[in-house]
Design a protein around this ligand. Sequence first.
Ligand code: S3P
Length: 184
Amino acid sequence: MSQSRRIVITGFMGAGKTTLARELARVLACDAIDLDEFITAREGRSPRELIDREGEAAFRAIESRALGDVLVTKAARVVALGGGAWTIERNRAAVKAEPDCFTVWLDAPFELCWERIAVPAGDDGERPLARERGSARALYDERRTLYGLADARVEVGAGDDVRVVAECVLMLAKDDGGPWGGKS
Ligand code: S3P
C-alpha cells in the first residue's frame, strides 16, 4: 500500500460506481470498498433503512464517519462512494486531505441512471432519495457542479464496457502522477 495511490469514485445513483470499483480492484489486484456496503455491514442497516428510519441528516453523519474511517485506515485502494457522499463539503475535504487519493466522477446520462434506479410501482426500492423521476432528475442536475469538483470526469454511456472505462480511469490517474498499476 505504501507506494500506491487510491481511487475514489463518485457520481449519481445508478452511474455504475460499484461495478467500476470491482473492475478496478480486479485490474489492480487490490481491495475495493463500496461505502454503502461498508455502512450496511457496520451499522447492521442499509442506507435505505437508515434514511427511511433515522432521516437523511442522521445517515449523512454515519456516512461521514464511515468515510473518515475508510480513508484514515486506508482500508482499500479503490473506494466507491454513495451518490451523495461527495456532495457534502466535509466529505470532499476529508478526501482532499488524503494526498494519495485521486477522485473520479463517473458521469452517466440521467436516463441511464434512472433506468437502473427505477423500480416497479408499489416497490419503494433501495434509494429513498430517488423514488420519483422528477425529484431524481432535479437532484441529478443540482449535483453536477459538485461532482465536477472531482479530479477527473469520465463520461459513460449505456453500451460502455466497464473494462474500457476502468482503463480510462487508470490512464487519467496516471496522468495525474504517482505510481499506478500492478500489485503493491
Ligand atoms: C445516495 C446514494 C446511495 C446511498 C443513499 C443516498 C445519494 O448510493 O448512499 O441512498 O444521496 O445519492 P448509490 O449511489 O450507491 O445508489
